[in-house]
Write a protein that binds this ligand. Structure first.
Ligand code: NGO
Length: 526
């Protein structure tokens, strides 16, 4: 009898602590909103210790009257349907529902900027509100990251689909947070570009700069100069077949980006980096002879003939057609490495091109060399190489887009061993890509001069989508965080753990990412 009681007691004594540990573990991991690994790190998170569960039968409700919210709701619903298998509907409603997801606009948001949003997660209802539809769209990205990583898988998964309760209030530091894709050195089709846009979207970036022309290829159809694409688009680095976007395809990209509140910034690089155009039209050359197509990777050997009037007719036609297809405010005019143009020709050329862009209602962005000319006050200089040029631009009242090659170029190798990329600006490990601050990186550039941050991906060595992914991940989320999160909240040792947790999402999205040993991937328990 005594031994029996002892046995029961021992069993109970063993089982109870195990159960307690399990319960407390479960609570710790899933119900503390502030412990979840969101990138970019939100400005403020307050946990309330309970759980919201997305269940079969839950729907997304949008405040009536706004077509834009409906569109955002549909994008979220589509994502959630794929992994949950629930038939989530997007319904219009005048007031908050009792349960589900409620997307709404509020007139009295006190958070700054068009992209700010507030998320209130209660046990039955998740409310996402913002002053502008753009803010609601950014908030959707937070909701995605609050759900288990398998929400990103494009096939039905087992739930439960839980989110810890609490509130998040969030907004970005910089208004421009982007990446650039060089589709000129190697061409990438519409589907690849859309997938890339999806990467920017997920990390709340809002600008995609497309490098549409260079020595090796012209990638956008210009109806008034058809040979630019027919001839100039017919090859690429290494001699492959190249390609180009028809105007319809370009508009499709622009619209896809627009629905995600991402601005397309098209670049036509000039007066240098123009061999594809010089090879398509003999008249654009000072000697009147068309050049050969070029499939190597040298830079600085080509120039438009800045003294000929036809050159300005050409630029005007190209900018006119491009501006008409581009709803965003910017046209990027390149201006980098024009070593084959005399500086006394370069300066008046850039001045005139700025006027042409302005005449078509757009704002100029150019690589930092354009600061040698007389900048219009609303011009943006993209600092990539020469900080003196950034200073010249600031002195002329221009704003700076920050892309220092040694930190922000995602075409640089991660380290000596990684296979793809260049290394003229150094190796950019995942830590180097993250540990810097646009405000303090260079003397003379302060926060009020900066429009934002951009990470360019040049494609000399990048030939396919897998390569794009390898160079982009896991560095891109870091640039997104630099642009969004105040620097006081950015600490590498804490960030790298959040980044490791994103690894599950990269896998769910089938992203070919570089498993940098600097990131503690093996601690991931999502
Ligand atoms: C430079 C150059 C590009 C190269 C790139 C490679 C700029 C602005 N111009 O950056 O033509 O592709 O480096 O890293």
């Amino acid at each position: 009898m005594f031994t029996k009681i002892r046995k029961i007691l021992t069993t109970v004594l063993i089982i109870i602590p195990i159960l307690m540990i399990q319960i407390s573990c479960a609570q710790k991991t899933v119900s503390d909103l502030s412990k979840l690994a969101i990138i970019p790190k939100p400005v403020s998170v307050t946990a309330s210790g309970d759980l919201f569960t997305l269940k079969r039968g839950n729907d997304i409700y949008v405040k009536d009257g706004s077509g834009e919210l409906k569109q955002t709701g549909e994008i979220l619903a589509e994502k959630l349907r794929q992994a949950t298998g629930f038939e989530i509907e997007v319904l219009s409603s005048a007031k908050a529902p009792k349960a589900g997801i409620w997307l709404t606009l509020s007139d009295n948001s006190t958070l700054p900027g068009d992209e700010s949003y507030e998320l209130i997660i209660a046990t039955k209802l998740l409310t996402l509100s913002a002053g502008k539809p753009e803010g609601v769209f950014r908030g959707i990205q937070t909701v995605r990251q609050l759900l288990p990583a398998k929400i990103e898988i494009n096939a039905v998964q087992e739930g439960p689909w839980e989110i810890p309760t609490g509130t998040i209030a969030d907004y970005p530091v910089y208004p421009y947070r982007g990446a650039m894709l060089d589709v000129a050195r190697h061409f990438f089709g519409v589907d690849d570009v859309k997938r890339f846009i999806g990467f920017l979207e997920m990390y709340k970036m809002n600008a995609l700069h497309l490098h549409l022309s260079d020595d090796q290829g012209w990638r956008i159809e210009i109806k008034s100069w058809p040979d630019l694409t027919l001839h100039g688009g017919s090859t690429q680095v290494g001699g492959g077949k190249g390609g180009f976007y028809t105007q319809e395809q370009y508009s499709d990209i622009v619209n896809y980006a627009k629905q995600r509140y991402i601005t397309i910034v098209p670049e036509i690089d000039m007066p240098g980096h123009t061999n594809a155009a010089l090879s398509s039209y003999a008249d654009l050359n000072c000697n009147g002879k068309a050049t050969e197509l070029y499939t190597g990777t040298n830079v600085g050997f080509s120039t438009l003939c800045t003294g000929k009037e036809i050159t300005y007719k050409f630029v005007d036609d190209v900018i006119r057609e491009l501006a008409a297809l581009t709803p965003g405010p910017y046209i990027h005019i390149g201006g980098d490495e024009s070593h084959a143009t005399k500086v006394e020709d370069y300066i008046p050329f850039i001045n005139r091109v700025q006027d042409i862009v302005a005449a078509h209602g757009k704002r100029v962005i150019g690589w930092d060399e354009i600061a040698l000319s007389t900048l219009k006050p609303n011009t943006v200089a993209q600092w990539w190489a020469n900080v003196k040029n950034a200073g010249l631009a600031i002195n002329q009242g221009a704003e700076i887009l920050v892309s220092p090659a040694s930190k922000a170029y995602i075409d640089m190798k991660y380290n000596r061993e990684t296979p793809l990329g260049l290394h003229w600006a150094g190796y950019i490990g995942v830590d180097t890509a993250y540990i810097w601050d646009p405000e303090t990186i260079a003397p003379g550039i302060s926060k009020e001069n900066i429009i934002g941050v951009e990470a360019p991906l040049w494609s000399e060595t990048v030939t396919k989508m897998d390569d794009i992914e390898y160079m982009t991940f896991p560095r891109l989320p870091g640039y997104a965080e630099i642009g969004w999160t105040p620097s006081r909240n950015r600490i590498w040792d804490e960030y790298k753990i959040r980044l490791a947790k994103q690894g599950e999402r990269f896998k769910a999205l089938d992203i070919n990412f570089y498993m940098s040993p600097l990131v503690p991937w093996d601690t991931i328990q999502n």
